[in-house]
Write a protein that binds this ligand. Sequence first.
Ligand SMILES: [Fe+2]
Length: 381
Amino acid sequence: MMNALLAARFQAVRRDSEDLIAPLSAEDAGAQSMPDASPAKWHLAHTTWFFETVVLETLDPAYQSPFNGFRVLFNSYYQGVGPQFARPQRGLITRPSLAEVMHYRAAIDAQILQTLSHALHASVLGLIELGLHHEQQHQELLLMDLKHLFACNPLGPVYRDLPPITDIETPLHWLAYAGGVVDVGTSAPTFAFDNERPQHQHYLAPFSIANRLVTNREFLAFVSDGGYHNPAHWLADGWSTVQREQWTYPAYWRDARGQEAFTLGGWCPLPPNAPVCQTPMRAGRAPVCRPNLNGNTPHGSPPRRWITPRWPRAIRARRIPPLRGSSSCLTKSGSGPAVLTRPTPAFGPCPAWSPNTTASSWQTSWCCAAGAARRRQATRG
Ligand SMILES: [Fe+2]
């Protein structure tokens, strides 16, 4: 990418982060609702830390930060950089203030833009672009953490008004995919994360996948039928967590009736035909996919191993070993059934600020688990 283009993109991405916190007070931005979450202020500082530590220090090994202590305070888990401040205690970082963090951002932005005004080695340009993708990931995390924070507040704060959702029922049916040897990863010269390279081949067993995701209505049927009280539907660690945490319905639902859920727009009616969100990772996973064990189009009864007779197929397929491979196939192979088997949203486009749009994560893009909040076991920065 040319320097001028990269500079423009740098400014746009950095501005996006600041737009995201515009509706927040300094108190909102500094609070941490649980050990896995980070304050919005920390996300703003950490993404800046990345540019300072990874880019500016690479360019000048003698670089000395004028921001004393930030190198440790806003390091997430980059062991190679040095010590880190404990994540569960990020809410204790009342200093620097939000205003000082914004000053930090402005100062590092100016240095990066100054850097981009000169000829740079491709590797440095690559680091800056990596920093932008890193920041966009943190933009999603920021919203995810904010949703949990606001959900903890009995006042049910509204972050932003959300546009209405068109709730349209889409009939469920299965689409078969023949499997075979597929390409996984990318060889494109454009940006990709390191875990997307090198492209390699992978054998994918035949499988079928639903034409859409599991809906709130279908998951409510699971909840209403005692799905959270029956270990048969859970893997062992999931069931242990259900019992320990006393879960009886998905996170952010008002109650087990599944009529209302907390969103970044506050408490909202739950659209019955929208994909269910914030379901546990160890049961009832929304990706509707099952193995086709005999290699044929699965018109017959599915194997009992995967399916409990009382449940709609969309929910029954709770164990999905080929998911990673099949999702790669569907998104990478780009021909024949792969086009047909892409999941069809059962409702209109997600709001732009929804935290459930993590395109960079195969897990979150399939089951809307990005907002699983207190029930998640996420690995994150
Ligand atoms: Fe990070």
